[in-house]
Ligand binder design. Sequence first.
Ligand code: G3P
Length: 287
Amino acid sequence: MRPLKLGSRIFVDGGDAEETKALKDALGFLDGQTTNPSLVAKNPEAKARLDRGEKFAKQELLDFYKGIVQEVSMLVPDGSVSVEVYADAGTTAQRMFVQGKEMYAWIPNAHIKYPTTAAGLEAAELSVKEGMRVNMTLVFSQAQAAAVYAATRGAHKGQVFVSPFVGRLDDRGQNGMSLIKNIMDMYAVGDGHVEVLTASVRTIEHLQFALALESDIITAPAKVLYEWAENGLLIPDAKYHYDPNGLVPIPYESLDLAVDWKSFAITHELTDKGIDRFAADWNALLV
Ligand code: G3P
């Protein structure tokens, strides 16, 4: 059963419908799922195939991804499933948008994931104008979140997610959770058309702090969500103390959400690295 006090939607970050089904049974509810190329590569069937020395042709891999997404979609019919386009450093906005449109037709409840780069934001701008739902991924700075807000102005609530990656900031000594708080504070003066989806959650402490902050959505690996279930789906209140364990806080920036998205400092080293990693994991599946 969904806890009554729960102020966030809970998604699983994964690429395996069997895992989703078992987790949904264990939690008693599930609001959606996020996927990405690396998670598709970890799907047990994909792994077994690689172990047999077999790889996928391009269309075959897309069909495989589509199959996963369709199964998952049926498990969370009232929720959302994020599907990520293939992008490498050279992928244009138009190519992302064409893929996004195709993937959007796979299921009735998709959010299309685009990387938060200039090309990805341009693709998002086009998508939102066509009424598509988007999830802007690989966000590592408040400026990128401001650009997401500005590029999707006019969208309705629920149409746009922004996904800041907590764990990958922690990995390099920065307090990723402080970015979640900063983005939420910045958006508090906005019109609410972008929802904050806390991503790259690695620990139960990340989950608990995001719950205490009431991040609109939290996506976490099944492992962390099982741990939460073992704790009785505990929801900490606003007084919850998050111990950053020596991680350096990310300072709040005062940014104007009303300006053109192109005026923000959009580039981030971790976004570029993230794109390379997703592309490499996807390409490793291909013949
Ligand atoms: O939710 C985004 C996620 O898939 C990335 O997580 O642990 O690879 O940083 P991670």
